[in-house]
Write a protein that binds this ligand. Structure first.
Ligand code: TRP
Length: 396
């Protein structure tokens, strides 16, 4: 059977974006492949090395969500990266095979640095100027379009909308300008550590140490997979064939909006957890952003642009056609629509909450699963690393 490897940084409890975006996919792959699912705690350390006090709890919390979603330790190997030492060893070997400039060009790295620089405010004046110009252009264009459409009056709401649009477009163009800034020396040199630059090299080691054929990941991880493929080829051509060149497995992933309508993400503070308690689901759904053109109950809505409707599609499939019609005809108010959604979500997520309660009563169950997984993983990784030593003619 072909091998699959994927991983998650231990960020604690997962949200419903992870459930539909990652976990269901992982669950379904278990029947077709030999799957290895990794808790990437070394990766977590690259950005959160100062405060390590929560890593252990975060690992347990995340793995409980994996288990609740049907990731089955009888079928797959669930393990902790730092418990399988060959990840770090192969990372060190691979770090010799990649140039600094290749890593500095990695888009994830550039984006992270741009974000840090916005936070710490270390841009050059020229960058600010370009960003402001671009932002104003985009903003004016959008605002004029909205007004011309004639669907909005020039009222307080519209001014609030303009303000937030301007802020958004400024931040966007600021980030872009920072990423495009070409400089001789690295203006961010002291902001970012050596370990983070090697993040994708470590990820390559994660994949290659299992000789995995497939890697289920989201689009955002494709640059890392590309580097993994380069490193596999480079190693093979230097020292002899050891690693298969892995391929991404991109699943069709439904978009899961957060309660503010943006992509659901813990860092945006807009998420609903898989094990969110019922009262809290009701409260969050009631605050959800809806179609801005539907102000009163009788107004016709645009369900395809409404995040509440998107969640109905995931949690309340049966009623989707009638909700769509009623909303479009202005017969369904947003308050009732949200109440309905909240109850459907509560029912859908109930088994997940039950499983969590069970594992929380006895966390040693989870610890044992990870211990056993790390043991099984090591059986594979120690063999691969022996191949690496042999190929490289390192003293065995
Ligand atoms: N970088 C991945 C993420 O942030 C997590 C990860 C670590 C991973 N190692 C991996 C994903 C190996 C796939 C394969 O989501």
């Amino acid at each position: 059977m072909d091998r699959v490897l994927s991983g998650n940084r231990p960020t604690g409890r997962l949200h419903i974006g992870h459930l539909f975006g990652v976990l269901y996919n992982w669950r379904d792959l278990q029947d077709k492949y030999e799957c290895y699912y990794e808790v990437a705690d070394w990766h977590a350390l690259t950005t959160q090395w100062q405060d390590t006090s929560k890593i252990r709890d975060n690992i347990i919390d995340m793995v409980i969500d994996w288990l609740s979603a049907g990731i089955d330790p009888e079928k797959s190997v669930l393990f902790v990266q730092s418990h399988v030492r060959e990840h770090a060893e192969l990372h060190l070997v691979l770090s010799m095979l990649v140039s600094l400039s290749r890593l500095l060009r990695n888009p994830t790295f550039k984006e992270y640095v741009a974000e840090l620089r916005i936070k710490k405010q270390t841009p050059k004046k020229s960058v600010l100027k370009t960003a402001i110009k671009d932002a104003v252009d985009v903003f004016i264009e959008n605002a004029v379009k909205e007004l011309k459409n004639g669907e909005r009056g020039f009222d307080l709401d519209f001014i609030a909308y303009l303000r937030s649009e301007l802020q958004k477009s400024f931040l966007e163009s600021f980030k872009k300008a920072l990423q495009e800034e070409e400089q001789e020396e690295l203006p961010y040199g002291s902001l970012v550590n050596y370990g983070f630059l090697g993040y994708p090299v470590l990820q390559a080691a994660d994949i290659l140490i299992y000789k995995a054929k497939y890697v289920p990941v989201g689009e955002d991880q494709l640059p890392h997979l590309e580097l993994t493929r380069e490193l596999a080829r480079k190693f093979n051509s230097l020292y002899g064939e050891v690693f298969p060149v892995p391929e991404p497995l991109i699943a069709e992933i439904p978009k899961v909006p957060g309660i503010d309508g943006r992509k659901m993400s813990k860092s945006y503070g807009n998420s609903i957890e898989i094990a969110e308690p019922p009262e809290s689901i009701r409260e969050k759904v009631s605050r959800m952003y809806t179609d801005p053109l539907k102000v009163r109950k009788g107004d016709p809505g645009h369900p395809e642009q409404c995040p509440v409707f998107t969640l109905h599609k995931l949690f309340n499939k049966e009623e989707v056609p009638e909700i769509k019609t009623a909303c479009e005809k202005g017969q369904l108010g947003c308050v009732a629509c949200k109440r309905n959604l909240a109850e459907k979500m509560i029912a859908y997520l109930e088994p997940f909450r039950e499983k969590r309660a069970m594992y929380e009563k006895d966390k040693s169950l989870v610890v044992d699963i990870l211990k056993e997984g790390s043991r099984k993983a090591t059986e594979v990784t120690s063999k691969t690393f022996a191949d690496v030593r042999r190929a490289m003619k390192l003293w065995e």
